[in-house]
Design a protein around this ligand. Structure first.
Ligand SMILES: Cc1cc2nc3c(=O)[nH]c(=O)nc-3n(C[C@H](O)[C@H](O)[C@H](O)COP(=O)(O)OP(=O)(O)OC[C@H]3O[C@@H](n4cnc5c(N)ncnc54)[C@H](O)[C@@H]3O)c2cc1C
Length: 316
């Protein structure tokens, strides 16, 4: 008789749990139970997790810190592969650093500052893991993580571990090839420049101070919900300003609220559901479309219970 997935996981020696509330694995604090969560400690364990899910014919999804994810109230019928603190080593060699995908971006930025390496100050306030940051090509202050990438180690769709160059990553604004290829980012090599620890730390403190003033960091949120698009920006400004000018700041459905501090953030006022967030996003898009003729697109990703995952607006 074939083993159940739970038996296979027990035999594998991987670290796994079942029935894990996804609200505990994401910043929005929303989401029902995932059938299985695996936390690999190495590239080989990540490959084993992917292979086991494939052989069991269940969907799988890799996540980092869950800072750009909306999970569904119904949870996830498959395997979540979480690349986090168990896979977060980094090694320096001159002005280069090689880091595993699970390292928390602010920790990596601080480790670089300690060595006087400049180039990653802009990620010090972004609460995601390096793999998720790569996937999103995230960044701030008109910079993106892709600017510093030399190469990326991946697990491809066939389960092979391979290296891809920065050019092959096809980085552009909040885009990388990993959004289409569905590879798992395992580690990254970055090239930085030499400065001094004091100078790098000073820049980071300025950035953190500015972010504390601008963003509603006291309530669960997922950062910017809608992406900044050049045509909209030129005509009306960034999405937060457009939403505010549409009179929607503070609008609330259930416990999901457009932050009064920054209208491109949706905060969870307590018991927000994924349905509340969906309804609020639909409402904002309709009102902004009526006023400006522009349809807002989502930066935030959504994982459906049946295993599909992508930018949230693909599911509206
Ligand atoms: C308060 C706050 C402020 C924020 N500010 C910024 C900001 O200034 N700039 C910015 O760019 N973003 C910002 N964000 C959004 C978010 O932090 C980034 O998008 C971050 O890079 C996501 O990383 P993560 O590990 O949390 O990814 P997750 O949310 O876990 O996943 C996001 C997507 O990446 C995929 N993914 C995750 N890990 C991997 C991997 N190893 N391999 C392949 N795919 C993977 C997931 O499948 C998912 O589709 C902010 C979020 C919050 C909550």
């Amino acid at each position: 008789m074939a083993n159940t997935l739970a038996e296979t996981l027990t035999d594998s020696g991987l670290i796994w749990r079942n029935g894990v509330p996804l609200r505990n694995l994401c910043h929005w604090k929303i989401g029902g139970p995932a059938d299985y969560v695996i936390e690999p400690r190495s590239a080989e364990e990540a490959a084993a997790a992917q292979r086991i899910a494939r052989e069991a014919n269940v969907p799988f999804l890799v996540i980092g810190h869950g800072s750009n994810m909306l999970f569904d109230d119904a949870g996830y019928r498959g395997v979540i592969i979480k690349l986090g603190s168990r896979m977060s080593r980094c090694r320096f060699s001159g002005s280069r650093v090689r880091a595993e995908a699970g390292i928390w971006a602010p920790m990596l930025a601080r480790a670089c500052a300690g060595r006087g390496l400049t180039g990653l100050e802009h990620i010090v306030g972004i609460p995601g893991n390096l793999g998720g940051l790569l996937y999103m090509n995230g960044g701030s202050l008109r910079q993106s993580i892709g600017d510093a990438v030399v190469r990326v180690d991946i697990l491809d769709g066939q389960g092979n571990i391979a290296a891809v160059s920065a050019a092959e990553c096809d980085f552009s604004y909040r885009h990388s090839v990993f959004q289409e290829k569905k590879s798992i980012v395992l580690g990254v090599e970055l090239e930085l420049q030499q400065s001094t620890p004091g100078e790098v730390r000073r820049k980071m403190l300025d950035i953190l101070r500015e972010r504390r003033e601008k963003f509603p960091l006291d309530l669960p949120n997922c950062g910017s919900v809608f992406s900044n698009e050049p045509r909209l920006y030129e005509a009306y400004g960034p999405p937060g300003m457009v939403i505010e000018q549409t009179g929607l700041k503070g609008a609330r459905i259930g416990d999901a609220e457009l932050s009064v501090r920054h209208a491109n953030f949706i905060v969870n006022r307590g018991r927000a559901s994924s349905a509340d967030v969906f309804a609020l996003i639909r409402h904002v898009r309709r009102k902004v479309l009526e006023r400006t003729g522009f349809l807002l697109h989502c930066e935030v990703c959504y994982a459906a219970p049946d295993g599909r995952c992508g930018r949230l607006d693909a599911f509206l």
